[in-house]
Design a protein around this ligand. Structure first.
Ligand code: ADP
Length: 633
């Protein structure tokens, strides 16, 4: 805003300073160009006037020469006192004068005295008058063509004089014959034009003028010598010969001059006047000069028009400049705003980037912290799992002791029996007893193997595991507790295989079976059912009991760590929590619900393994063929 005001002020000052300067220059230049045109036009007009005057006056130049040839003139000059001769010459001159249309024609003797004249009969006859003081006479008497311009002393009329010597046949100059041509009628014939036309003599006295009051005035003050000569020659008797009131006169171009006349008042020149373009055309033959004075005022219209146009143009230029400056300012301001916004944006981006980097660093630190915590958690979890397992082992050991006691007792009785049979030499029966003992130890070895597998640390690597086999192993471990319970197993395919770590899967199953047995401790006819089905790429196994079901309040917490409804020493509350995490780690899930017909149902899912025949054979090799368990035990 401030800048805009500054621009406006600068432009306004420029306009105020430059406009008058421009207008003045335009005026000067236009006037000069227009005056040049005026001068050219005036020059051609002037040439017309000059030629006209030259012709009008010059055509009489030869007349005195012709008349001088007339012998009657010389005759009269030789006999000046003869009245008859005078009369004859007077009449002849009158006639010639009338025919030629000249003002006066007269004959002067050697002393300048008029012997005969065309106006001999007029009111102011020249006859008897002396014109010896006139230069035309003096020139003629010296044998040359006399030329002169003057006011007639007798007539008072402006005239141009031609004089020529009259000689006798011997060549002696006897006198001069003179012809006077009036200039007044020529002036009257000038056409009216805006330009003033004047005719001056050789010293600048105005003889002819389109303005009456300028006649017999001069273009420049005459010198005293000139004035005295004019007086002696009685050239312009009765006139003031005052110079025109020229205030200024200077050259305009090569041929013209510019003059300024002041207005005249009774008291002399006053301020204000008229300016003219002055051009001259000298008529060398007759010693006159024709001048044209073209009023400068006639170009005033053109000058005004040019000034108006210049002012308009200037104002338009100023206006356009103002608009341009305004636009430039707006563009610069926009650019600056953009730059500022850009800088602000860049600042914001930099700040945001810094903040993000800090957040990133914090996040990275947090992630590292989390990973560390997770690692520690896993380690703790693994330790807990192991601890839980060991706890389960502790619980199992009593049953297992019982489990191993029975075959041990059997072995002992078979061995005792064998000893008695050996003494009686009943060798085939001894062999049968030993075979029984061998079978029993195989079964014991199997029990111990399963315990060892259970106690092993998990591998964390998933592999294809036969679900049925894992179930059998888990049931075998729980054998001593299951004793006498109804166990139903439904598996969709003998070789339903899942992707799992066998140790952890076994631990999960042992936990679920153990929980079911715990729940059915008070149940009259306990029963346990396993239902497996393939669901797309997952295998689901339901562990169903017919116990009291999970208490409503416990349903949401059974998977929480350390949640237990069992008496202290009976449970840690970690079994389901660990099982849940194991299944999640293996890509499966564990859910619990109560069945409407009573009892709890725990469903575990695991990814299905692509069936492969190899593990089945491996089982056979190891002598681990699954045992049917659909019988009441
Ligand atoms: P613990 O067996 O040491 O109590 P678990 O995590 O294995 O820990 O089980 C948590 C709780 O879930 C048990 O205390 C019991 O209340 C409930 N529960 C688990 N299985 C069953 C089931 N089959 N029927 C009823 N309640 C069950």
């Amino acid at each position: 805003m401030f800048k805009l005001k500054k621009h406006t002020a600068v432009l306004a000052i420029a306009a105020v300073v430059l406009l008058p300067l421009l207008l003045w220059q335009t005026a000067v230049w236009t006037e000069r160009v227009a005056l040049r045109q005026v001068a050219e036009q005036a020059a051609s007009t002037l040439a017309l006037y000059a030629t006209g005057l030259q012709e009008a006056v010059g055509k009489y130049e030869a007349l005195p020469r012709l008349l001088a040839r007339d012998p009657t003139l010389a005759d009269l000059l030789r006999n000046p006192d003869d009245p008859a001769r005078r009369d004859r010459v007077n009449r002849a001159l009158e006639e010639v004068n009338a025919i030629a249309g000249t003002a006066d024609t007269y004959l002067l003797d050697r002393d300048g005295l008029t012997l005969a004249a065309s106006n001999w009969n007029g009111p102011t006859p020249f006859v008897g008058r002396s014109y010896s003081y006139r230069p035309y006479f003096q020139q003629a008497i010296r044998g040359r063509l006399g030329r002169y311009v003057a006011l007639g002393t007798a007539s008072g009329k402006r005239g141009y004089y031609f004089a020529y010597p009259v000689r006798d046949p011997g060549g002696e100059i006897l006198g001069a014959i003179t012809v006077k041509v009036l200039l007044g009628p020529l002036e009257a014939a000038w056409p009216g034009t805006p330009d003033r036309v004047i005719v001056t003599d050789s010293v600048g006295v105005i003889l002819m003028s389109s303005r009456d009051d300028w006649r017999y005035r001069t273009l420049a003050p005459l010198s005293p010598a000139e004035l005295s000569r004019i007086k002696t020659q009685r050239q312009y008797t009765g006139t003031s010969l005052a110079p025109l009131p020229i205030a200024d006169r200077r050259a305009f171009g090569a041929k013209a001059e510019r003059v300024e006349l002041t207005e005249e008042t009774a008291g002399g020149p006053a301020a204000g006047g008229e300016a003219f373009l002055l051009e001259s055309f000298p008529l060398r033959g007759i010693g006159l000069t024709v001048w044209s004075l073209s009023p400068v005022s006639q170009v005033r219209g053109a000058v005004t028009q040019a000034m108006v146009l210049a002012a308009f143009g200037f104002l338009i230029v100023i206006g356009l400049t103002w608009i341009w400056l305004q636009r430039r300012l707006a563009i610069r301001e926009r650019f600056e705003t953009d730059e500022r916004h850009k800088a602000e944006l860049e600042g914001k981006v930099a700040a945001r980037t810094r903040a993000l980097q800090t957040v990133n660093a914090d996040l990275r630190a947090e992630v590292a912290e989390r990973q560390k915590t997770e690692r520690e958690l896993r380690e703790t979890q693994a330790e807990l799992v192991q601890a839980a397992k060991m706890a389960a082992l502790g619980q199992l050991s009593a049953g297992i002791g019982h489990e191993l006691n029975q075959p041990l007792g059997a072995i002992r009785s078979y061995a005792d029996n064998a000893k008695v049979l050996l003494t009686r030499d009943r060798l085939p029966e001894v062999e049968a007893n030993l075979t029984q003992i061998s079978g029993i130890t195989t079964r014991m070895a199997e029990i111990i193997r399963r315990l060892k597998t259970f106690a092993r640390k998990p591998s964390h690597k998933a592999e294809a595991v036969c679900l049925r086999e894992a179930l059998d192993d888990a049931l075998a471990l729980m054998d001593s507790r299951i004793d006498g319970e109804r166990i139903e197993i439904e598996v969709p395919a003998e070789d339903a295989r899942v992707l799992a770590d066998p140790v952890r899967l076994q631990q999960t199953l042992v936990n679920l079976i153990g929980n079911a047995l715990d729940a059915m401790a008070e149940t009259e006819a306990p029963c346990l059912r396993f239902v497996a089905e393939t669901q797309g790429d997952q295998v689901a196994l339901q562990v169903i009991d017919c116990g009291p079901g999970i208490a409503e309040a416990a349903l949401d917490h059974v998977f929480d760590p350390f949640y237990t409804t069992k008496d202290p020493g009976q449970g840690l509350g970690l079994g389901l929590s660990i099982s849940y995490n194991i299944l999640r780690d293996l890509g499966g899930s564990l859910t619990a619900r109560n069945r409407p017909e009573g009892g709890a149902c725990f469903t575990l899912t695991l990814p299905r393994a692509v069936p492969a025949p190899a593990p089945a054979k491996a089982e056979e090799v190891a002598g681990l063929a699954p045992r049917p368990r659909e019988a009441v035990r």
